[in-house]
Design a protein around this ligand. Structure first.
Ligand code: GLA
Ligand code: ZN
Length: 692
């Protein structure tokens, strides 16, 4: 196992438990809630609160008049009651006076319309006025609280995202382009292929961000604009962090990431600016349209991305709903046990905190029906509160988990820039690109077996892994093909798929034959790709004894027509004019092997395929047993400890056979062996007994 990473703050001695806390909504009209909250926090086993996230109007009610007294009271009160503060900078939303006085802080949309004051997460990325107001605010926050023993982390802004089309942002974009293309329009015109539709630019001033008013089909422009918005947000983040670090260098910083089904920003690049990463997890449980195991695997995959950002360093679960959200179209209640299980799932994959949105439900506005630990009525007598409090008791017993991590031998590449470029392509299938879900489909067979996986971007190092999987790696940026080839030559196993190795950093197609820089290592040439209509399939048959896989699987959506150039075919298409063409290939290259899965297949194929690879590569499992469907096991450990988190995501009881292994239940201290009964939506945490 990896050595212990230590706590993200020296103050932290165990897993933190808490949530977003907005006393600024209550203090004027319901000041008595503050003391009541402190009482309830103790009952719920909560020891951390994120404070001030949208509190700007309460902190600076008019320009230059700062009113921090209430915040002093909150932070002091929390501290006296054994609760740490994660202190936010309030830039996620701004006061009305600021918008009125300095309209430039408001975003301009792609149609050129400047927003009125309202909503949140919508400031201009560039505005010097906004940056200055933020600097003034952050400087004061840092100066006032730098030595407060209760303040353990900066929560910078909230869920950064989006774009602004104002003149300031446009000018910044043009500067960004000048730098990227070394002041050379020739370089830019080449990279963007602008001769197409007579788009050749003769001055940087002619360039506008993509929009429905102008260009939305210039792929190079689209990609660079997304990169710019991401970079400009990172630049904003750095400007926010600067005064915090200058005045209070010992307090670590984070900013909360959103879901990863899309990449609003290049979170990989952003993570480099953070001391610890965190994210906001809002799963879609209990949906009859898919299995609980599928959603659990999606969530596990995202937790694993977060754990992988800093080489395995634990992350924080900054937000999660202890019950239904207000924004999912069906606000289904979480079945008993589900909230705690979802929280423990995060811990199982590397979270060192469990935090909710929100501590106390607001009385008005759009989030009044979003779950909170404390409801409008009956406070500690609700089911939700009871579950949170019970989880709090369990978390107290897991202090040894802090700083421990997983030791994955498998990495899946899920790349932000690839996501953007791939999402922009026209053809071969307009719908169902499904990059996120495709990566999860390659992940699920490992989840089912309790095999640890890291999730990385294409530029991350791959040394130390036995198996690297790069599904739909459409964009292969400079150096990536060479790196993956070296990985294989050195003994690694690489898997990639259809629609890989198509375009370069600038989204220009390779002229060296698909899969471009991966062609040599894969030992194939993909000449064409067939798109199948919904419902159409082509059977793919594995020849006997190839990887031990037998039988046929259905290919759908996209089927590559591949020629062998050193690779051998493991499976072939059975129908259509390309019957007999390779559908799955392997190329032995140097000490390693490279598999190409030429078509999208149903899960059964990937499950069989990765089962065979796991066996061949002897990939370590968290538990040496066959897990029932919907149950998984994940291991966290360091050189001294190991914790095996068994999780049952199904609404029915399951049994897990531990074979001859001996464990201690980390929560009860009792010995565990033989068969473990897993109640519906439940977890068990097992520590291997010494000598096992
Ligand atoms: C996001 C925000 C929170 C809250 C929740 C609701 O994650 O960061 O402020 O609005 O969504 O689910
Ligand atoms: Zn702007």
């Amino acid at each position: 196992m990896k050595p212990n990473f230590g706590p993200f703050s020296p103050a932290v001695e165990g897993i933190l438990h808490g949530g977003d806390y907005n006393p600024d909504q209550w203090m004027k009209f319901y000041p008595e809630t503050l003391e009541e909250d402190f009482r309830l926090m103790k009952l719920a086993g909560c020891n951390v609160m994120s404070v001030g996230i949208f509190a700007w109007a309460a902190l600076e009610p008019e320009e230059g008049r700062y009113t921090f007294e209430w915040l002093d009271k909150v932070i002091d009160g929390l501290w006296q009651n054994g609760v740490y503060t994660i202190l936010a900078t309030p830039s996620g939303a701004r006061p009305a006076w600021m918008a009125k006085k300095y309209p430039e802080v408001l975003r301009v949309d792609e149609m050129g319309v400047r927003a009125l004051f309202g909503e949140r997460h919508n400031h201009c990325l560039t505005s010097p006025v906004y940056r200055d107001r933020v600097k003034q605010m952050n400087t004061r926050l840092a100066s006032r609280y730098r030595n407060h023993p209760g303040v353990i982390l900066w929560h910078v802004s909230n869920e950064y995202s989006g774009e602004c089309h104002c003149e300031l942002c446009k000018a910044a974009f043009r500067d960004w382009l000048r730098e990227r293309y070394h002041d050379s329009l020739d370089e830019l015109n080449k990279a963007w292929w602008t001769a197409f539709w007579s788009h050749t630019f003769t001055s940087f001033e002619e360039i506008n961000p993509p929009s429905r008013r102008g260009d939305s089909n210039l792929h190079g422009l689209n990609l660079d604009w997304r990169r710019f918005c991401s970079d400009q947000t990172i630049d904003f983040l750095k400007a926010e962090i600067a005064p915090l670090k200058e005045i209070a260098p010992q307090i670590p910083v984070t900013t909360n990431y959103m879901d990863f089904t899309q990449f609003p920003l290049d979170y990989y690049k952003m993570a480099k600016e953070l001391d610890v990463v965190c994210w906001d997890n809002y799963p879609w449980w209990h949906n009859p349209a898919y299995g609980q195991d599928e959603e659990a695997a999606r969530r596990a995959f995202i937790h694993d991305i977060n754990r992988s950002f800093k080489g395995g360093k634990p992350f924080l679960l900054m937000e999660s709903a202890p019950g239904p959200t207000n924004w999912q179209p069906v606000a289904k209640l979480l079945r008993p046990g589900m909230s705690a299980l979802a929280s423990m799932q995060a811990v199982a994959h590397g979270a060192d905190t469990v935090q909710y949105f929100q501590w106390r439900k607001s009385l008005g506005s759009s989030e009044k029906f979003h779950a909170g630990v404390v409801d409008h009525y009956a406070t500690e007598r609700t089911r939700m509160f009871g579950e949170v409090a019970a989880l709090g008791e369990d978390l107290k017993k897991l202090a040894g988990v802090i700083g421990t991590s997983a030791d994955a031998k498998v990495a899946i590449i899920y790349d932000a820039q690839n996501h953007w470029a791939l999402g922009d392509t026209k053809g071969p299938r307009a719908e169902h690109r499904d990059y996120f879900q495709t990566c999860v489909n390659h992940y699920k067979p490992f989840w089912d077996r309790g095999i640890a996986v890291d999730v990385i971007d294409s530029e991350a190092p791959v040394e130390g892994y036995d198996l690297v999987i790069a599904p739909m790696l459409y964009q292969v940026r400079k150096g990536v093909g060479e790196k993956l080839s070296r990985f294989v030559e050195g003994g690694g196993t690489l898997v990639t798929t259809y629609w890989s190795g198509i375009a370069d950093d600038s989204d220009l197609c390779f002229t060296t034959g698909r899969p471009g820089p991966l062609r040599r290592v894969m030992g194939i040439w993909s000449e064409e790709i067939d798109a199948l209509y919904d419902g159409e399939t082509n059977p793919v048959l594995f020849a006997q004894n190839n990887l031990g896989m037998k039988g046929s699987f259905a290919a759908d959506t996209l089927c590559d027509l591949v020629h062998l150039e050193g690779a051998e075919a493991l499976a072939t298409y059975q129908e259509d004019f390309y019957a007999g063409y390779p559908a799955v290939t392997v190329n032995r290259c140097g000490q390693g092997q490279a598999f190409y899965i030429a078509c999208r297949t149903h899960d059964g194929m990937l499950d069989n395929f990765y089962q065979a690879l796991a066996k061949q590569l002897k990939l370590p499992k968290a538990l040496d047993t066959n897990l029932p469907k919907g149950v998984t096991a994940s291991l966290r450990g360091d050189e001294e400890h190991a914790y095996c988190f068994l999780q049952n995501f199904e609404g029915k009881e399951h049994r897990v056979n531990l074979k001859n292994a001996q464990y201690t239940d980390a929560l009860t201290g009792e010995p565990v062996s033989g068969t473990v009964v897993m109640r519906p939506y439940s977890y068990r945490i097992l520590e291997p007994v010494e000598g096992e």
